[in-house]
Design a binder for this molecule. Structure first.
Ligand code: BEZ
Ligand code: FE
Length: 329
């Protein structure tokens, strides 16, 4: 590139005091308003972090080498960067910002790295786990919108570990999916299936993220849970999970996924359930009423929350394509 064509203010004599402004200046040619804003905030916080901690060269290098290790262990089926984001609480934060929930609707939680796209469709009442050692569990759910109307024909992905706390993809010889399925809600918004009672398990901790947890004296366990993902045009994509009450890790989830509204009790089927769903009386039973939010409601709430949060920070913003950018008018 011909230096005479470069139309940005010249930078000279960069110091710890003016480096930040100079980086903003050189990045300011970016035509994408949102990217420019995100980069400007990222650089500001990164620089402030270094200034505030008086980051040493050795610590800076330790950080870079750590990220290098995180990258090296990633494969098609292992995403250590997502795991890092999970254990730092960033995944949950980003989900909460992007998918705000009005009162009464089902809250979201972390996706985790074990959702796959090869699950088989099951019909209502079928079993999604074939682990003979798991405790059989009947799961009966309803799916409604925020006005209480049932939502039919929603695609629902469901996944859980086997009774040893491993997902099918963690077995090297996996030849077909198990402990996972997808199904559709009925005309009455009801969906039900057979599964096994979830158990607690550790997140993958044989890599750099595991080492980090160890240094921090943190355990790698997630409380017993079952994952759900709901998709239907017009509704905000919901990624969530149900957590068993009184699990030993209920209040110390390694990835911060537990929310009160998602904690459930495992009950026992009474005579009516036993007859209706073809299980023995006393069979373990999980029931839950999910509530989905429309795309429009979510978009409006997200924009309102963004404005409010940035207002508090004294920033004037406008919403473009659903996301805030500085309002310079
Ligand atoms: C999971 O629940 O499958 C999970 C979530 C975050 C990190 C690892 C696993
Ligand atoms: Fe999980």
């Amino acid at each position: 590139m011909d230096p005479s064509q470069v139309k940005i203010p010249p930078m000279k004599d960069l110091t710890a005091d003016n480096i930040t402004q100079n980086v903003h200046t050189i990045n300011s040619l970016c035509e994408d308003e949102r990217m420019k804003y995100v980069l400007e905030r990222l650089v500001t916080h990164l620089h402030d972090f270094a200034r505030e901690t008086r980051l040493s060269t050795q610590e800076w290098m330790t950080g870079l080498l750590f990220l290098t290790e995180v990258g090296k262990i990633c494969t098609d089926v292992r995403q250590e960067f997502i795991l890092l984001s999970d254990v730092l609480g960033l995944s949950l934060l980003v989900d909460s910002i992007g998918h705000p929930k009005p009162p009464g609707s089902t809250e979201g939680t972390v996706l985790g790295p074990f959702h796959t796209h090869d699950a088989e469709e099951i019909t209502t009442g079928a079993s999604m786990s074939h682990d003979p050692k798991g405790e059989p569990l009947l799961v009966v759910c309803t799916l409604k919108d925020t006005t209480g109307r049932p939502i039919p024909n929603v695609k629902i992905d469901i996944w859980e570990t086997d009774s040893t706390g491993h997902y099918d993809v963690q077995y090297p010889g996996r030849d077909k999916p198990d402990g996972r399925c997808y199904m559709h809600s009925g005309e009455d918004g009801v969906f039900w299936f057979n599964a096994i009672t979830p158990v607690p398990y550790p997140i993958p901790h044989d890599g750099p993220v595991g080492k980090l947890l160890k240094k921090l004296h943190r355990h790698p366990y997630r409380p017993s849970h079952m994952h759900f993902m709901f998709e239907k045009e017009g509704y905000d994509h919901l990624i969530t999970a149900l957590y068993l009450r009184n699990d030993p890790y209920e209040t110390s989830d390694a990835v911060f996924g537990v929310k009160n509204s998602l904690v459930v009790d495992i009950g026992r089927a009474g005579p009516e359930y036993a007859r209706k769903y073809g299980v023995a009386e006393d069979h373990a039973l999980l029931t839950y009423d999910f509530v989905l939010v429309s795309d429009t409601e979510t978009g409006d709430l997200r924009a309102r929350n963004s404005k409010e949060a940035l207002d508090k920070l004294g920033r004037k913003v406008k919403i473009v394509n659903g996301l805030p950018v500085p309002d310079l008018d």
